[in-house]
Ligand binder design. Structure first.
Ligand SMILES: [Zn+2]
Length: 397
């Protein structure tokens, strides 16, 4: 059994002991039968606990701890603890027993229903949890504002984006959440989810409208900006695409490389390739990014030849040593020395080693839970946080 669980149960046991002591000290008559039963079950539970039989101990303690005005908070704490320890069925029993109690104060009834909904979510019974939470959110009690975030997280799991948006709108009317950047950002993500599927279906105008609705929650939103840039490029608004790409390069440079192709093509469509190369050169100076560096050296190689590209990479290596620059340099040296087969063979082998290291290092990682992925996820599958996954570009990239 985990240490915390033992601690809490012992605390309860001690509290129970104190309570019983108090009861008995007030009485001169023999203890009534009900109190004797509690004594019996309390010691039986303690015995199970000391014999390291946690399940029996928990059952006995639940039985011993009569539900009354003084013990409801203890029951709620015990239920939450059981759920955290993975004993969801027992947590459900505790919370159902609370709700079955007649005359429960409305505030405590709400708290018990909320806890029961959390048990159902933990057990994967989303329908039951949704039903309970809807009842709470349709009411007028304060419990509504604790239930709404949970209901939204269920809609999120079920990818019910329209419902998630409506509930978030409602949540943001409450003073507790009104200024919450996190909830506003979430609402934009929900609109982005809808916009992405519209873009995939070729519904550009509808997708643009969806992004505008999202902007009402938060104006600067990285994912919405990336989608806008993509949308402008795909609909032939190249100037608009370039403007959005430049904004992302300035405010979120680690995410900008995703737009390298769209930006290059946009400049190309406008016949302004030189401007793009100048911009890219400046970006590589500022930002340690493998994709931008590879593209820049390719441009120099194609326009000025292999010797110029090698000179460029040597300069980059002096200014900011990186595996990407080293690998690219070896690749170009192999081209420059193509007549010397032995040297080319060696360069290719070393280049392969460096490329393997770079491939293994590439990808994305969650800054909250450390979850790693090859693809960008806006919602971390590990810890369910939005915007916590970042590209893994670091020193020596
Ligand atoms: Zn995470």
């Amino acid at each position: 059994m985990q240490g915390v669980e033992i601690y809490v149960l012992l605390l309860m046991a001690t509290g129970g002991g104190w309570l019983l002591g108090r009861i008995s000290s007030r009485r001169t008559k023999p203890l009534p039968r009900a109190t004797q039963d509690i004594f019996h079950e309390y010691f039986a539970g303690l015995n199970y606990l000391l014999n390291d039989e946690p399940d029996e101990a928990i059952d006995t303690f639940i039985k011993a701890l009569e539900v009354n005005g003084e013990t409801i908070q203890t029951h709620l704490a015990l239920g939450a603890l059981l759920r955290r320890r993975g004993k969801v069925d027992k947590a459900v029993k505790v919370h159902q027993a609370l709700l079955a109690r007649p005359g429960l104060e409305p505030r405590l009834e709400d708290a018990s229903r909320l806890q029961l909904a959390k048990d159902y979510i933990a057990a994967g019974l989303l329908d039951r949890a949704e039903r309970l939470l809807k009842e709470l959110t349709e009411g007028i009690s304060e419990g509504k504002w604790d239930a709404l975030p949970l209901l939204i997280s269920i809609y999120q799991l079920e990818k019910e984006w329209h419902r998630a948006i409506n509930s978030t709108k409602e949540l943001l009317t409450h003073a507790r959440y009104r200024r919450s950047k996190e909830w506003r950002a979430r609402a934009v993500h929900y609109h982005c989810e809808i916009a992405e599927s519209l873009i995939a279906g070729g519904q550009v105008r509808e997708a643009r409208r969806e992004l505008r609705r999202g902007a009402a929650f938060q104006r600067q939103h990285l994912r919405a900006s990336l989608l806008t840039a993509q949308l402008e490029y795909e609909s032939g608004n190249y100037k608009g695409a370039i403007r959005e790409c430049r904004r992302i390069a300035e405010h979120s440079p680690r995410f900008f490389p995703q737009l390298l192709d769209a930006m290059e093509m946009s400049y190309s469509e406008l016949g302004r390739e030189d401007e793009f190369i100048k911009f890219l050169d400046g970006f590589v100076e500022m930002q340690a990014d493998p994709a931008a560096l590879r593209l820049m050296s390719r441009f120099i190689y194609e326009s000025q030849g292999v010797a110029s590209a090698i000179r460029y990479l040597r300069k980059r290596l002096d200014a900011q040593p990186s595996l990407t620059a080293a690998a690219k340099l070896l690749e170009l040296e192999a081209i420059a020395n193509k007549k010397n087969h032995e040297v080319v063979g060696d360069l290719e082998k070393v280049n392969q080693v460096l490329s393997d290291i770079l491939t293994a290092r590439a990808g994305y990682q969650c800054s909250h839970c450390g979850y790693e992925a090859r693809q960008l996820n806006w919602l971390c599958p590990g810890c369910q946080s939005w915007d916590s996954i970042q590209p893994k570009v670091g020193e020596g990239y």
